[in-house]
Design a protein around this ligand. Sequence first.
Ligand code: UD1
Length: 422
Amino acid sequence: MDCIVIEGGAPLNGEINISGAKNSAIKLMAVSLLTDEPVLLTNMPRLRDTRFMGQLLAHMGVEVEEGPGAKMRLHGAKLTNLTAPYDLVRKMRATFNVLGPTLARAGKAKVSLPGGCAIGARPVDLHLKALEALGAEIKLTEGYVHAQAKSGLTGAAITFPFISVGATEHTMLAAVLAKGETTLSNAAREPEIIDLAQCLNAMGARITGAGRSEIHIQGVSKLSGVTHSVVPDRIEAGTYALAAATTGGRVRLQNIRSDHLGSLWPLIAQAGAKVELDQTSVIISRDPEIPITPVDVDTQAYPGFPTDLQAQFMSFMTRADGVSIIRENIFENRFMHCPELSRMGANITVRGREAIIRGVPHLTGAPVMATDLRASASLIAAGLVAKGQTRIGRVYHLDRGFEHIEIKLGQCGANIRRESET
Ligand code: UD1
């Protein structure tokens, strides 16, 4: 198994190109289930999660080809298998989202329940209730969801009891081929939802309101193929922006949508780093000698501060000159990076959904374990600023969502390498 080894202490200086968004790419791949024509995705990140989704789609009969550059071609001329087996779904939760589009196109589907995961229970009750509202008959047996819609899905008015990105996207992926109109109220507003709606609309879907809390979908009987460019990854961009703010130095991030991180930039600036923005790039700079001002953060659904940057922001705050409080409102168990950061000398107390971070003058390198995707990125930032060597194990978490992280950071002067652990 690989591990990442970092010799800390070097500030980051240079340029990083941001890849297409993982969270968008895997849902965009699922649109290939809705049409018998080819789907060409550009600006596709190459990640373990996109590979898992590709494996599942191929199992269902979609031809999946990774082209040169950041391209992927998917062609579901005929779906030959309407089952998503446990072995493929358990590797990545979002593969569960094949249920809705398969049902919408083929009238039935059998998809394994994803089960729990490291950042809390993460049920799929909202997904299933929404599909039932669209007329699906749903049975749960032996860990599988068996869904049927003999005479097709029918539009419905659906109000989500709380905001869920996955349930909003999943319902869109089903409702586009339903008869009549669907209204989604209290829908998630993330940029990835707008990206999915734009791709579906380019295929002939009729979706309005994506990016707002109420989305209207007028069902159509057929969707065509499409060429679509994946939106830049705001979480990858935010991760490198925070890494640069943590180590100090000057880093320019390119191929971003700076408006998608509107909640992050003021906090980085408040903490004492300089943020220079234009639409598609940002420069983050900080004099490593100047103390970091503590800043409190509350995670919220978009446009609030993203839970996927919470761990990285915490690494930044471990070195602040004072106390900051980070509150996690989205997931109930997303502080698993705290004990690992404490092993590196951070002073963090977790009380329920709050972490209290008392800044320390320096972190010290240590062997640590990545616990989930975003937590691994926080350990990398901590390792970059720590004195001495940090060795991060279980980096497969990192490979799920960050393309070439050690290369991108290496180009900015980080002393970072991948090693095979025996
Ligand atoms: C997506 C992102 C993830 C991000 C999260 C919140 C992908 C692949 N993942 O995850 O990176 O951290 O949005 O921005 O896009 N919930 C239920 N029942 C449901 C669905 C969700 O109780 O049926 C709960 C979850 O447990 C969680 C909250 O709702 O506490 C929000 O989850 P959701 O927005 O659905 O996150 P994901 O789509 O899983």
